[in-house]
Design a protein around this ligand. Structure first.
Ligand SMILES: O=P(O)(O)OP(=O)(O)OP(=O)(O)OC[C@H]1O[C@@H](n2cnc3c(O)ncnc32)[C@H](O)[C@@H]1O
Ligand SMILES: [Mg+2]
Length: 187
């Protein structure tokens, strides 16, 4: 049997690394270069493109990056990819209360992988989006804004799910399935 193909995932977030390893680890060897890549202001595509380009320059070879967002329908999809700065400033409770007075709490959790074979090569993007609702914080599992996101059709927030349960339905799972199909088609 051939050795599993290895993927170098450049991320400074150990939870993302654990998720990707859990989702794709049986088919690919997931390696990590821990680095907090610069994130520009702009469209999601621009952010992912620049993150992936920077990572390819650092490792001088094939590389995987990822950017995660949380978009509020009531706010025309903000905070979106800027969620990290909102979370760092006001926490999950503040993110929940941002929607006080808005009639819809609908939101989308998403992430976009950027993959390239190296510097100057095309950047392939794979996104996963899960629709749900922003709720008062519940649960203490997972990380980030997990406690305030409840996917549609589920009675638990991400933070009330075990990792396996979350990784079987999450935005990251949906994006990882597209990445997996692409990588397998490259053999
Ligand atoms: O090095 P990178 O990969 O950029 O890792 P990061 O932690 O900076 O991640 P992002 O720039 O994508 O910012 C996303 C923010 O959302 C958080 N986050 C990422 N994935 C999440 C998930 O699946 N559930 C909840 N919060 C998440 C994360 O902790 C950040 O605060
Ligand atoms: Mg980041």
């Amino acid at each position: 049997m051939p050795a599993p193909r290895s993927i170098l995932f450049v991320t400074g977030n150990k939870h993302k690394l654990a998720d990707v390893t859990s989702i794709l680890g049986s088919e690919f060897e997931i390696k990590n270069h821990s680095y907090d890549l610069p994130e520009i202001q702009g469209s999601l595509q621009d952010i992912v493109t620049e993150k992936c380009k920077a990572a390819a320059e650092i490792v001088q070879g094939p590389v995987l990056t990822e950017d995660t967002w949380l978009s509020y329908n009531a706010m025309n999809d903000l905070p979106g990819p800027y969620i990290k700065w909102f979370l760092n400033s006001i926490g999950c409770d503040g993110l929940y209360h941002m929607l006080d007075g808005f009639s819809t709490k609908e939101a989308k959790a998403g992430c976009t992988f950027g993959y390239t074979e190296g510097p100057g090569k095309p950047i392939h993007m794979f996104d996963g989006i899960l629709h749900g609702e922003v709720v008062a914080p519940r649960g203490d599992k997972g990380f980030g804004w997990n406690a305030i996101f409840q996917p549609n059709g589920h009675e638990k927030t991400y933070a009330e799910m075990d990792d396996d349960e979350r990784n079987a339905c999450s935005h990251r799972f949906l994006a990882a399935m597209k990445l997996r199909d692409f990588l397998q088609s490259q053999f």
